[in-house]
Design a protein around this ligand. Structure first.
Ligand SMILES: [Zn+2]
Length: 183
Protein backbone atom coordinates (compact mmCIF):
# COMPACT_ATOMS: atom_id res chain seq x y z
CA UNK A 1 0.00 0.00 0.00
CA UNK A 2 1.34 3.42 -0.87
CA UNK A 3 2.22 5.85 1.92
CA UNK A 4 -0.32 8.46 0.79
CA UNK A 5 -3.10 5.83 0.62
CA UNK A 6 -2.27 4.69 4.14
CA UNK A 7 -2.23 8.28 5.42
CA UNK A 8 -5.69 8.99 3.96
CA UNK A 9 -7.02 5.69 5.39
CA UNK A 10 -5.82 6.66 8.85
CA UNK A 11 -7.31 10.15 8.43
CA UNK A 12 -10.69 8.63 7.52
CA UNK A 13 -10.44 6.23 10.46
CA UNK A 14 -9.70 9.20 12.75
CA UNK A 15 -12.78 11.11 11.52
CA UNK A 16 -15.09 8.08 11.87
CA UNK A 17 -13.67 7.21 15.32
CA UNK A 18 -13.95 10.81 16.53
CA UNK A 19 -17.58 11.12 15.36
CA UNK A 20 -18.67 7.78 16.82
CA UNK A 21 -16.87 8.27 20.14
CA UNK A 22 -18.19 11.84 20.50
CA UNK A 23 -21.81 10.70 19.93
CA UNK A 24 -21.30 7.86 22.42
CA UNK A 25 -20.33 10.42 25.09
CA UNK A 26 -22.71 13.20 24.09
CA UNK A 27 -25.64 12.58 23.87
CA UNK A 28 -25.13 8.86 24.68
CA UNK A 29 -23.39 8.79 28.06
CA UNK A 30 -24.77 12.21 29.09
CA UNK A 31 -28.44 11.19 28.76
CA UNK A 32 -27.77 7.73 30.26
CA UNK A 33 -26.18 9.43 33.30
CA UNK A 34 -29.27 11.63 33.78
CA UNK A 35 -31.35 8.44 33.99
CA UNK A 36 -28.83 6.72 36.30
CA UNK A 37 -28.66 9.70 38.72
CA UNK A 38 -32.46 10.05 38.63
CA UNK A 39 -32.76 6.32 39.38
CA UNK A 40 -30.33 6.68 42.31
CA UNK A 41 -31.91 9.85 43.76
CA UNK A 42 -35.50 8.57 43.55
CA UNK A 43 -34.67 5.18 45.03
CA UNK A 44 -35.28 3.25 41.83
CA UNK A 45 -37.68 5.21 39.60
CA UNK A 46 -37.41 5.98 35.90
CA UNK A 47 -39.75 8.34 34.03
CA UNK A 48 -41.43 7.36 30.76
CA UNK A 49 -41.96 10.08 28.15
CA UNK A 50 -41.89 8.91 24.57
CA UNK A 51 -38.55 7.34 23.76
CA UNK A 52 -38.23 5.49 27.08
CA UNK A 53 -37.12 8.12 29.61
CA UNK A 54 -36.10 10.45 26.75
CA UNK A 55 -37.93 12.84 24.45
CA UNK A 56 -37.24 15.68 22.01
CA UNK A 57 -37.79 19.22 23.33
CA UNK A 58 -37.05 22.27 21.19
CA UNK A 59 -35.04 20.10 18.79
CA UNK A 60 -32.86 18.74 21.57
CA UNK A 61 -32.84 15.31 23.19
CA UNK A 62 -33.74 15.54 26.87
CA UNK A 63 -34.22 13.12 29.74
CA UNK A 64 -37.47 13.21 31.68
CA UNK A 65 -37.00 12.93 35.43
CA UNK A 66 -39.16 10.79 37.67
CA UNK A 67 -40.46 13.12 40.43
CA UNK A 68 -38.89 13.08 43.88
CA UNK A 69 -35.28 12.97 42.67
CA UNK A 70 -32.88 15.87 42.96
CA UNK A 71 -33.10 17.46 39.49
CA UNK A 72 -30.73 20.37 40.23
CA UNK A 73 -28.02 18.06 41.60
CA UNK A 74 -28.61 15.76 38.63
CA UNK A 75 -28.13 18.75 36.28
CA UNK A 76 -24.91 19.65 38.12
CA UNK A 77 -23.39 16.15 38.14
CA UNK A 78 -24.27 14.87 34.66
CA UNK A 79 -22.23 17.25 32.44
CA UNK A 80 -19.30 17.20 34.88
CA UNK A 81 -19.24 13.38 34.85
CA UNK A 82 -19.47 13.34 31.03
CA UNK A 83 -16.60 15.88 30.83
CA UNK A 84 -14.56 13.62 33.15
CA UNK A 85 -15.23 10.69 30.79
CA UNK A 86 -13.86 12.89 27.99
CA UNK A 87 -10.71 13.52 30.03
CA UNK A 88 -10.44 9.75 30.60
CA UNK A 89 -10.73 9.15 26.86
CA UNK A 90 -7.95 11.69 26.13
CA UNK A 91 -5.80 10.02 28.78
CA UNK A 92 -6.43 6.48 27.47
CA UNK A 93 -6.25 7.33 23.74
CA UNK A 94 -2.54 6.39 23.24
CA UNK A 95 -3.39 2.77 24.08
CA UNK A 96 -5.20 2.27 20.76
CA UNK A 97 -3.10 0.34 18.24
CA UNK A 98 -4.05 2.22 15.06
CA UNK A 99 -2.84 5.80 14.64
CA UNK A 100 -6.23 6.90 13.24
CA UNK A 101 -8.09 5.47 16.24
CA UNK A 102 -5.64 7.13 18.66
CA UNK A 103 -6.17 10.52 17.04
CA UNK A 104 -9.94 10.08 16.75
CA UNK A 105 -10.28 9.17 20.44
CA UNK A 106 -8.13 12.15 21.46
CA UNK A 107 -10.24 14.57 19.40
CA UNK A 108 -13.55 13.09 20.68
CA UNK A 109 -12.31 13.16 24.28
CA UNK A 110 -11.10 16.74 23.96
CA UNK A 111 -14.37 17.89 22.36
CA UNK A 112 -16.54 16.17 25.00
CA UNK A 113 -14.34 17.52 27.83
CA UNK A 114 -14.48 21.11 26.59
CA UNK A 115 -18.14 21.25 25.53
CA UNK A 116 -19.49 19.40 28.58
CA UNK A 117 -17.47 21.27 31.18
CA UNK A 118 -18.46 24.66 29.70
CA UNK A 119 -22.11 23.50 29.33
CA UNK A 120 -22.07 22.33 32.96
CA UNK A 121 -20.87 25.78 34.04
CA UNK A 122 -23.70 27.47 32.11
CA UNK A 123 -21.22 29.13 29.76
CA UNK A 124 -21.96 27.20 26.56
CA UNK A 125 -25.63 26.44 26.07
CA UNK A 126 -27.10 25.72 22.63
CA UNK A 127 -30.18 27.82 21.77
CA UNK A 128 -33.47 25.93 21.41
CA UNK A 129 -36.55 26.73 19.37
CA UNK A 130 -39.88 26.39 21.14
CA UNK A 131 -43.24 28.15 21.46
CA UNK A 132 -41.52 31.11 23.20
CA UNK A 133 -39.16 31.59 20.26
CA UNK A 134 -35.45 31.08 20.70
CA UNK A 135 -34.59 30.23 24.29
CA UNK A 136 -31.60 28.88 26.20
CA UNK A 137 -31.93 26.28 28.89
CA UNK A 138 -29.64 23.54 30.02
CA UNK A 139 -28.04 21.68 32.89
CA UNK A 140 -25.51 24.36 33.83
CA UNK A 141 -28.14 27.12 33.84
CA UNK A 142 -30.41 24.97 36.04
CA UNK A 143 -27.55 24.20 38.45
CA UNK A 144 -26.56 27.89 38.66
CA UNK A 145 -30.19 28.79 39.40
CA UNK A 146 -30.35 26.26 42.24
CA UNK A 147 -26.89 26.54 43.82
CA UNK A 148 -25.62 29.96 42.68
CA UNK A 149 -22.04 30.61 41.59
CA UNK A 150 -20.49 27.70 43.59
CA UNK A 151 -22.09 25.47 40.91
CA UNK A 152 -19.30 26.43 38.49
CA UNK A 153 -16.60 24.92 40.76
CA UNK A 154 -16.85 21.23 39.67
CA UNK A 155 -16.84 22.22 35.97
CA UNK A 156 -13.87 24.56 36.51
CA UNK A 157 -11.89 21.74 38.19
CA UNK A 158 -12.58 19.33 35.32
CA UNK A 159 -11.71 22.09 32.82
CA UNK A 160 -8.29 22.53 34.47
CA UNK A 161 -7.68 18.77 34.77
CA UNK A 162 -8.53 18.22 31.09
CA UNK A 163 -6.20 21.04 30.03
CA UNK A 164 -3.33 19.30 31.85
CA UNK A 165 -4.12 15.91 30.28
CA UNK A 166 -4.47 17.41 26.79
CA UNK A 167 -1.16 19.26 27.18
CA UNK A 168 0.58 15.93 27.84
CA UNK A 169 -1.05 14.25 24.84
CA UNK A 170 -0.05 16.73 22.13
CA UNK A 171 3.22 17.92 20.68
CA UNK A 172 3.80 21.66 20.80
CA UNK A 173 5.57 23.37 17.93
CA UNK A 174 6.49 26.97 17.44
CA UNK A 175 4.44 28.85 14.91
CA UNK A 176 5.79 28.89 11.38
CA UNK A 177 7.27 32.36 10.75
CA UNK A 178 5.54 32.57 7.35
CA UNK A 179 2.13 32.40 9.08
CA UNK A 180 2.84 35.82 10.55
CA UNK A 181 3.45 37.32 7.11
CA UNK A 182 -0.12 38.62 6.66
CA UNK A 183 0.50 41.13 9.42
ZN1 LIG B 1 -28.30 17.13 30.35
Amino acid sequence: MSVSRRVSQEALLAVVTAGTAYLALSPGLHEALHVAYNYAFTGGHVAGCGLGPWTLDGGRMVTCFAPGGRPALNALLTPVTTALAGVGLMWASPRARRAGVRRGLLVAGAAAWLVQSLYGMGLLTPPALDSHGVTVWGDGIAALGAFGWPAVAPGACVLALGALVLRRRVAVRTRDATLWAWK
